[in-house]
Design a protein around this ligand. Structure first.
Ligand code: FAD
Length: 428
């Protein structure tokens, strides 16, 4: 019998540590073929000029893929990089490298699961299996005390039951060596121009500069625990929040939520925000599981309600003012300027601008969610659309409305802080 080679299809799991698809492939096969595919679908520009992936996130992704390649090379391995339709690319590589099986982490949002279904169907025609792993959450789906269809819609109940009846698994062991087949063409990392995305312009006012990749994620984690520095302190209020600023790395899987959890446990006795950080990670899990349970409902203007909220008659104009930071409300405008200039705003700012758009301006919340999808460096479908639906009051849990209290009416938002003078141009 010939050698067994498993293709490891990296997607939003751009790391070597605590990566079950990689460690399982190494355990099961003689050789592994690590692959990343840039799918042009995610870099398209709509007819109205909206990018699916904005400049800051696209650069962060390129840095993360590049770092994954460099880290794999330290193990004597390589990352194959291709651009194209994943179903075509992966079947072609499967043939070229005599692949026995393909491993990937299962996603929950419809666009991402559609891609996997197409890949699965294409591989199936070659009699190859796409094996799905679950690895994007802190609690493993199979350790939940209920099947997905019975997960409580109320966050409070979900939290209570999960914390009582479930445990977070240990991280999987990191590989010692990674054997790969002989590679003829590893492929170049595309540039932003290749992807059709403009170069981002770094703003000197930004509080954080995010560099993609596992190496930076682990540095950030270590720095957070050793200095306990709240990254959001200067960037507007982060009321009651934690502000580890780990979200961009968590979104691309440069670090696993499980690894963050175990670091929190390690530093628990000295970390002031340990419980708050766990709570935020649980919110992240909750939205992912809710996406798995309810799927497409999160993308509808009416959400989980029967009726679509009636938007303002001039919502086009109001939306333009909001996104350009021209509403006349200092805090909202400052936050939108920060978002546009950096791709990142604090949780408090997100709540405030989303509440303002939906409650005060009465604009269709899905427009705001789409705008965040373009701009956010940490965009993650379940966290973004789940939070927006929540703020808009069309989510599946109308009892745990933490945001309605958190975001004050716009005229009561802090209007004298450094944050506003930093982000609002004098003429605004
Ligand atoms: P911390 O407070 O340090 O929390 C640790 C981690 O927990 C975060 O990195 C994040 O992964 C997770 N987390 C924290 N709060 C939430 C939350 N409310 N929901 C889900 N996960 C959470 N977060 C994203 O990662 N991607 C998004 O696309 C996104 N869109 C949002 C849209 C709106 C309208 C709102 C109100 C919130 C959104 N969030 C999103 C959640 C939250 O604002 C960010 O996760 C948080 O600001 C990231 O900062 P941090 O890493 O310092 O978080």
């Amino acid at each position: 019998m010939g050698e067994k080679t498993i293709l490891v299809w990296f997607r939003n799991d751009l790391r070597i540590h605590d990566n079950e698809i990689l460690s399982e492939a190494i355990r099961k096969a003689d050789k592994v073929l690590p692959v990343y595919v840039f799918d042009p679908y995610y870099f398209k520009t709509s007819a109205s000029g909206v990018l699916k992936t904005g400049s800051f996130r696209a650069r962060f992704l390129l840095e993360s893929v590049s770092n994954l390649r460099a880290n794999l090379q330290q193990f004597g391995a390589e990352l194959l990089i291709r651009t194209g339709d994943p179903a075509e690319v992966l079947t072609q590589l499967a043939e070229e490298y005599h692949i026995s099986e393909v491993y990937h982490h299962r996603e929950v949002a419809p666009e991402e699961t559609d891609v996997s279904e197409k890949v699965e169907a294409a591989l199936w025609k070659m009699k190859l299996n796409l094996r799905h792993f679950i690895g994007h959450t802190m609690y493993h789906k199979e350790d939940l005390p209920f099947p997905i269809k019975d997960i409580p819609d109320s966050f409070v109940t979900f939290k209570k039951k999960v914390e009582r009846d479930s445990n977070v698994r240990q991280c999987v062991t990191s590989p010692e060596q990674i054997l790969i087949p002989e590679i003829t063409d590893a492929g170049d990392l595309p540039t932003l121009a290749d992807l059709g995305v403009p170069e981002p312009v770094d703003d000197s006012r930004a509080t954080n500069h995010f560099t993609g990749g596992e190496t930076e994620a682990l540095n950030r984690l270590e720095q957070y625990f050793t200095t306990q520095q709240n990254c959001g302190q200067k960037a507007g209020k982060n009321v009651g929040g934690v502000a580890s600023c780990l979200s961009p790395w968590l979104a691309l899987g440069c670090v696993s939520p499980r690894q963050v959890y175990w670091e929190v446990v390690k530093y628990r006795s000295t970390l002031q925000n340990a419980d708050a950080l766990m709570l935020e990670l649980l919110w992240r899990d909750y939205f992912r599981f809710m996406f798995k349970k309810h799927g497409q409902k999160y993308f509808r203007a009416e959400g989980f309600n029967d009726e679509t909220p009636q938007p303002a008659s001039n919502q086009d104009e109001l939306f333009e003012h909001w996104k350009n930071g021209e509403t006349g409300v200092p805090f909202i405008d400052a936050a939108m300027h920060e978002l546009n200039a950096t791709g990142y705003i604090s949780n408090y700012s997100r709540q405030a601008v989303a509440t303002y758009l939906t409650k005060e301006l009465q604009v269709d919340w899905t427009r705001g969610a789409l705008y965040f999808e373009e701009k956010l460096i940490d965009y993650s479908p379940a966290s973004n659309w789940g939070n927006w639906a929540f703020v808009a009051g069309v989510g599946n849990d109308t009892k745990s409305n933490r945001y309605f209290n958190a975001a004050k009416p716009a005229n009561q938002l802090d209007s004298k802080s450094d944050f506003i003078s930093t982000w609002l141009p004098v003429s605004a």
